[in-house]
Design a binder for this molecule. Structure first.
Ligand code: ADP
Length: 493
C-alpha cells in the first residue's frame, strides 16, 4: 500500500542571490520540512508566482537591485493577505525590522543567524493555520446563526398559518354535512385547499426544527482540546486563556459539532466582552443536582451532571441585557446577530441540558452548562400526540362566541363525543336540567353575563363532580381563592 505523503510546503523566495536562496532552502530542509520552492527577483515575476505558484509562505530579502522587500510585502498583503511573510536579510537594523513587522511581516531573521529560521518558519505556518481554522469556525458559526434566524421565522410563520388554516378546515367539514350539492362542492374545494396549506405548514415546521443532529458519545476532553485549538488563534494577547480539562475520561451523550458550536459561541462572546483584556476561564466537573436547582418551567431531573463554566472578567451585563439575552435578534453589538445565545439554548435543549448565567456589571460573567451524565432520554417531545378518540362521553361546552362554539363542538363530535353546546352560563344550567350531568365541562373563564367561576359554582351546587377544562386568556388564570373547590380542573390558555 502506498504510504500517504504529507504535501510539500510551497515556499516562494524573493531573493536575487542564488547562493543565499540555496542556503535558506537547506536550512529549512534541515528543520525537517519537505518543501517545494520557487525563486523570483522582480515585481513582475513575484506577482505571477503569487497567482500560479500559490505559495504557503513567502521569504524575502530586503533590498535587491531591481525590487524591494517592502514592495513585495505591500503586494503580498494586498494579493495574498493570509500567506505568512518572513524577511531574511543581511542588513536589517532594528528600525527596519520594526517597520517590516508593522507593515505586516510575520517575522525577520538575519542571514548570519540562519539557525533561527526553521523555528520562525514553523511558527509562521502554525499561526497561519490557526488563523485559517478560526476564520473557518467563525464562518460556520455565522452560517449556523443565519440558518437559525431563518428557522425562527419559518417556525413563527407556520404557527400563525396553522391557526388560520385549522378553523377553515373545520368550517369546510361543517359545509360538507349540509345536504346541498353546492355547499358540498364548496366544502370539498375549501377542505382540499386548506389541507394543502396545512401540508405546506407542516413542511415549514419540519424545516424549522431541522433534522435532529445525531447523538454520539462525546469525549469531553477531546471536545475542550478542539475548542482550545480554535480559541488559541482568536484570543488577543491581552487575554489570559485558562482551560481546565476535567479529570478522567468523562463522556456525555451529544453531538460534537453542535456542542463545539455552542461553546465557541459562548467563548467568542466572552472575548468580545473584554475589549481591554482579562481572563477567559473554562472549567468544570461533576456535580449532583438536587430538586432546588431546577427553575419554573424546566423538567426536573435531579442527578449527576457535568458542569462546564465559561467565565470572563469583562464588562458584565445590566439587568436589561440579562433579561433579553435569549430573545431572537437581541444584540448590543454593532455587527451582532443576536442569535448566538438563542442557538446555544436550542442546542442545550436538544441535549437535555441546562444553562445558568451569573454576571456582575464591570466584573464579568459566567455561563454554566449542565450536561446529564446519564443517557439522554430519546423521543421527540414536540411531536404532536394523536388525538384520543372519544367513546360517546358527554361534554358540556360553554362559550359566548357562536363561531368558535360551533367549530369546537363539531370537532369534538367528529372525534366521538356527544356535545351539548351552551352560549352562556345560564344556558349551560338549562342544558343540565334537560339532559342531566355531563362527563366533562369545557368552558371559557371570561364570559360577560355569568363568568366561568360563577357558572362552575352553580354546576357544583347541582352536584357536578366531574373534571373541568377552563379556557383562560394568557396570564388571566383565576386565583385559587376565587375558585370553588373543584377536584379536577385544568387551565388552557
Ligand atoms: P450577539 O453576540 O450577536 O450579540 P448573542 O445572542 O450571542 O448575540 O448575545 C446577545 C447579547 O448578550 C450580546 O450582544 C451581549 O450584549 C450579551 N452578552 C452575551 N455574552 C456576554 C458576556 N459574556 N458578557 C457580556 N455580555 C454578553
Amino acid at each position: 500500500m502506498p504510504v500517504a505523503q504529507s504535501p510539500r510546503i510551497r515556499l516562494l523566495l524573493v531573493e536575487d542571490n542564488e547562493l543565499d536562496a540555496e542556503l535558506i532552502v537547506d536550512e529549512i530542509a534541515r528543520g525537517g520540512f519537505a518543501i517545494e520552492s520557487r525563486r523570483v527577483d522582480s515585481e513582475r515575476e513575484f506577482e505571477a508566482a503569487l497567482a500560479d505558484f500559490a505559495p504557503d509562505i513567502i521569504i524575502s530579502d530586503l533590498s535587491m537591485p531591481s525590487f524591494s522587500g517592502y514592495r513585495a510585502l505591500e503586494i503580498a498583503r494586498e494579493k495574498a493577505p493570509d500567506v505568512p511573510f518572513l524577511f531574511v536579510s543581511g542588513t536589517m537594523g532594528e528600525e527596519a525590522a520594526v517597520e517590516a513587522v508593522r507593515g505586516g511581516a510575520t517575522d525577520y531573521v538575519l542571514k548570519h543567524n540562519l539557525a533561527r529560521l526553521p523555528a520562525s518558519f514553523r511558527r509562521a505556518l502554525r499561526e497561519a493555520e490557526e488563523r485559517r481554522a478560526r476564520a473557518q469556525a467563525e464562518a460556520s458559526l455565522l452560517r449556523a446563526q443565519r440558518y437559525e434566524g431563518l428557522a425562527l421565522l419559518a417556525s413563527g410563520l407556520s404557527h400563525d398559518l396553522r391557526n388560520v388554516l385549522q378553523p377553515i378546515t373545520m368550517g369546510a367539514s361543517m359545509l360538507l354535512e349540509i345536504d346541498d350539492e353546492r355547499a358540498h362542492k364548496v366544502g370539498t374545494l375549501v377542505k382540499d385547499c386548506a389541507a394543502r396549506g396545512l401540508d405546506i405548514v407542516h413542511s415549514m415546521l419540519t424545516f424549522a426544527r431541522g433534522t435532529r443532529a445525531a447523538i454520539e458519545r462525546v469525549k469531553v476532553r477531546a471536545l475542550l482540546e478542539g475548542l482550545a485549538l480554535l480559541l488559541r488563534g482568536s484570543t488577543p494577547r491581552n487575554v489570559e486563556l485558562a482551560i481546565q480539562l476535567p479529570a478522567g475520561d468523562v463522556e456525555i451523550d451529544g453531538n460534537y459539532t453542535e456542542l463545539q458550536q455552542c461553546l465557541l459561541n459562548l467563548c467568542l462572546n466572552a472575548l468580545q466582552a473584554m475589549p481591554d483584556g482579562g481572563r477567559l476561564e473554562i472549567a468544570g466537573g461533576r456535580e449532583e443536582l438536587g430538586e432546588h436547582f431546577f427553575e419554573e418551567g424546566e423538567t426536573r431531573t435531579p442527578g449527576a451532571y457535568l458542569r462546564l463554566s465559561i467565565s470572563d472578567s469583562g464588562i458584565g451585563m445590566s439587568d436589561e441585557v440579562r433579561s433579553n439575552l435569549f430573545k431572537a435578534f437581541f444584540t448590543t453589538k454593532k455587527d451582532g446577530t443576536g442569535l448566538g445565545l438563542l442557538s446555544c439554548r436550542r442546542i442545550l435543549d436538544n441535549h437535555k441540558s441546562y444553562l445558568r448565567v451569573e454576571s456582575t456589571p464591570g466584573k464579568g460573567s459566567t455561563f454554566s452548562l449542565y450536561f446529564p451524565l446519564g443517557p439522554v432520554r430519546s423521543g421527540d417531545a414536540d411531536a404532536p400526540a394523536e388525538a384520543p378518540q372519544g367513546r360517546g362521553q358527554r361534554i358540556l361546552l360553554v362559550m359566548e362566541e357562536a363561531g368558535k362554539l360551533s367549530l369546537l363542538a363539531e370537532v369534538l363530535r367528529t372525534t366521538g363525543y356527544v356535545v351539548h353546546a351552551a352560549q352562556s352560563g345560564s344556558a349551560a344550567l338549562l342544558e343540565i336540567e334537560s339532559n342531566g350531568l355531563p362527563d366533562l365541562v369545557v368552558m371559557k373563564a371570561d364570559m360577560s353575563l355569568m363568568t366561568g367561576v360563577r357558572t362552575l359554582s352553580a354546576l357544583l351546587d347541582r352536584a357536578y363532580a366531574g373534571p373541568v377544562i377552563m379556557i383562560v386568556r394568557a396570564g388571566a388564570r383565576p386565583t385559587a381563592d376565587d375558585l370553588p373547590p373543584v377536584r379536577r380542573i385544568r387551565f388552557v390558555e
